[in-house]
Design a protein around this ligand. Structure first.
Ligand code: CA
Length: 228
């Protein structure tokens, strides 16, 4: 059994069985459900590397769901849909899907696309130092804790990962591409707007004056630098 957990959200039982069997034969651990509500519950409860998502589900639109989960979770999303129109694919990819497979599909192609997505899962950011202190902020990577004046701060997984990526090279200019790859993976190296949003979250949580950032410095047109 691999240590990869894949969540399958699909309301057609036959497709679910087919996909589940193919993935389990490859050694993956598979969780499955038929609604977006159950899918969201799994995302909160389990560590999932890849979501395989049908767009037409009884309790809502998968594209809206992708947009929502992108703000909270780090994982690849492969859409499986009977909607073959180009516009639908573009909408899904723009919402944050990593890949799109139109039904009917062959299990061979599905598995190849799953392998491609799992190759994109970003590696843990490696740093030699485990303890950082700047301003009234303390970061302990070993404990995965961030405190401000001794008070524990709540960072989302994406915020924490971005902070770690910046702590890996304090004082150096980190390009948009470098940070996007480190935090979201190769499929997101063009998604500069994600970075703008999450750097602003970190400034809100870690800077005294988020409008005049002292630590999370913008290098216009290039990227960001952590000045600590
Ligand atoms: Ca469906």
């Amino acid at each position: 059994m691999s240590d990869t957990t894949i969540l399958l959200v699909e309301d057609e039982v036959q497709i679910r069985r087919l996909v589940r069997t193919a993935l389990e034969d490859e050694g993956h651990h598979v969780l499955e459900c038929g609604t977006l509500k159950e899918g969201m519950a799994h995302l909160h409860a389990d560590t999932i590397q890849l979501l395989i998502l049908d767009l037409g589900l009884p309790d809502g639109d998968g594209i809206v769901f992708i947009r929502e989960l992108r703000t909270q979770f780090l994982l690849s999303v492969l859409v499986l849909s009977a909607r073959s129109a180009e516009g639908e694919k573009i909408r899904a990819l723009d919402a944050g899907a990593n890949d799109y497979l139109t039904k009917p599909f062959s299990t061979g192609e599905l598995l190849a696309r799953v392998r491609a997505q799992l190759r994109h899962v970003p590696q843990e950011v490696a740093t030699a130092e485990t303890h950082f202190h700047f301003g009234d902020i303390e970061v302990d990577l070993a404990q995965r804790s961030v405190t401000r004046s001794g008070e524990l701060l709540r960072l989302t997984p994406i915020e924490y990962r971005l902070l770690c990526a910046m702590l890996a090279a304090p004082g150096k200019v980190l390009t948009y591409r470098h940070l996007l790859r480190a935090v979201w993976g190769n499929a997101f190296v063009e998604s500069n707007h994600y970075l703008r949003i999450y750097v602003s979250h970190l400034r809100q949580k870690l800077e005294d004056d988020p409008a005049q950032p002292r630590f999370f410095v913008t290098e216009t047109g290039v990227g960001y630098r952590l000045d600590i």
